[in-house]
Design a binder for this molecule. Structure first.
Ligand code: ZN
Length: 234
């Protein structure tokens, strides 16, 4: 195989290796993982706020329950007083008024208990929904991570294979030509440029007649007069 043909092959391997390293799929995957992370931080924050509200409402219900029992006991005590002998009408009247006011208090406490219980219920529902969402995201993260690892393994394997091919091709190419290739590669992509219809395909310049005739003569390495790449007559 001609030296330039081998060099062209080397460049193709290098292109493939670069593409494999800059795996765009992995970048997309990382982007999605970061996105999910941000969403989950937000959900967890809301979840904590709701949990605090839930605990507060639950404590309030417990406290109101104690208050309710207190007034219910008071009403019972007053009821007993009414059956005692020797109470005059005025005293009976007063006890009945007191019972009425206790009952009103107990009613308003019951209302508040109900309101807080409803709040607890709706918070519980909302927290359940958020937990379910988090579980779905957790599954997606797991799947993405597994796929990421699988892809990395595959790309590592293909990189190793490409590297083996690269090593064996390099052995067949003149070291001076490899040096030229590496020098160009250090500041430009694709050090070898295919010439098609007299045009350097990398920079688009038309080669002059002299350059073209030199290019057609075998065993001569020509460089593009404009971009300085090694020219390969395809
Ligand atoms: Zn050029």
């Amino acid at each position: 195989m001609l030296q330039l043909e081998l060099l062209w092959k080397l460049q193709e391997i290098d292109r493939e290796m670069n593409a494999s390293r800059m795996n765009t799929k992995n970048r997309e995957m990382r982007g999605r993982l970061n996105e999910i992370k941000k969403i989950c931080v937000g959900i967890n924050k809301d979840l904590n706020i709701e949990l605090e509200e839930f605990e507060l409402a639950k404590k309030k219900v417990a406290k109101l329950d104690i208050d309710l029992k207190y007034y219910e006991q008071k009403i019972k005590d007053d009821d007993l007083k009414l059956y005692k002998n020797g109470m005059n009408i005025k005293a009976i009247d007063n006890v009945q008024k007191e019972i009425e006011s206790f009952k009103q208090k107990a009613d308003s406490i019951e209302d508040e208990i109900l309101k807080n219980m409803e709040k607890c219920e709706s918070l519980k529902e909302s927290m359940e929904t958020k937990k379910k969402k988090l579980a779905v995201y957790k599954d997606e993260v797991q799947t993405l991570k597994e796929k990421y690892m699988d892809d990395s393994k595959k790309s590592k394997k293909s990189l190793n294979e490409l590297n083996r091919n690269r090593e064996s091709i390099i052995k067949e190419i003149d070291p001076d030509l490899i040096k030229q290739y590496n020098d160009i590669a250090s500041n430009k992509a694709n050090p070898v440029s295919a010439v098609i219809n007299g045009i350097c395909t990398e920079c688009g310049v038309h080669l002059n007649a002299l350059a073209l005739s030199e290019l057609k003569s075998d065993n001569k390495v020509c460089r593009c007069q404009y971009c300085n790449r090694i020219l390969y007559n395809k």
